[in-house]
Design a protein around this ligand. Sequence first.
Ligand SMILES: Nc1ncnc2c1ncn2[C@@H]1O[C@H](COP(=O)(O)OP(=O)(O)O)[C@@H](O)[C@H]1O
Ligand SMILES: [Mg+2]
Length: 316
Amino acid sequence: MTANPIGRVRSAVDHSEPSSQVSTGEPLFSLRGAAVRVGGRTLWSGVDLTVGAGEFTAVLGPNGVGKSTLVKVLLGILPAAAGEVRVLGARPGERNTAVGYLPQRRSFDASLRIRGIDVVRLGLDGDRWGIPLPGLGGAKRRAARECVEQVIDLVGASTYAHRPIGQCSGGEQQRLLIAQALVRKPRLLLLDEPLDSLDLPNQGAIAALLGRICHREGVSVVMVAHDVNPILHHLDRVVYIAEGGAVAGTPAEVITSETLTRLYRTPVEVLRTSDGRLVVVGQPEAPALHSDRHTEGRSPRSEAGGRTGGSHAPGN
Ligand SMILES: Nc1ncnc2c1ncn2[C@@H]1O[C@H](COP(=O)(O)OP(=O)(O)O)[C@@H](O)[C@H]1O
Ligand SMILES: [Mg+2]
């Protein structure tokens, strides 16, 4: 991407620092002239973005454009090929103990006996970064148990947390996984397509839960989303990625015909339906779409269910 008209715009929304976990004035993450290469191909370059702490941010864009790759860059799993990336005031990866991460969905086998509460507990015991904590003494064990109970209560999973996770519904499993990502009280919660494969009522419920976690609990939330509509009312900011670049701003600034046409360098039309949903028409797909879909194992329902931004492009 070349010029980025609104990439540096900070959200006008001020959630007045709801908790001490949010550091005043510090960007949650920023990219300056950043580029990323995978398999010898540059996915995006020249990206300038600043996302503020305390915001609920969605990362949007067509399949295969590099959304999950951005998440990997923020986690320090993949180095940026150019430019500077800062996360929570440090280099990517350095503050990962303050980051809760929910990877793109893996479903649980129905026969899996491990209970929901144990899955949440795994978030405390270091499975995420592969560093098991040493055995805990009595007081610490109690504190850990309370911590797990609190976070299960926060996500509304108390009634089924003792059931085997394989017997929980998709929405219940997703709440338990969000609890697992939250159990260490992160400052940043990073979620990769957490609404994928959920039905519409569950998408709305999880979106509302993430909005509460962000705006009431003071955890900055960044989520990759396939469709912006279920989360639109909760969002402060969107990062829209196209082949080559990205723009960021409030949903009203970014999800417009003018901005997306400029980003994609092809006519894109944003329509608003009578019930307030956004439909993006004409948004091009990334070139590696088909292999990407194959490798990610997307469900046929999510492929048919709309492209990013609730788009339904002609001829797709
Ligand atoms: N390690 C890798 N090696 C080669 N290609 C990769 C690798 N990781 C991702 N890709 C490719 O990069 C593109 C962007 O991937 P991804 O970030 O997962 O897209 P998105 O999340 O936007 O759908 C895809 O074409 C994908 O196949
Ligand atoms: Mg992805």
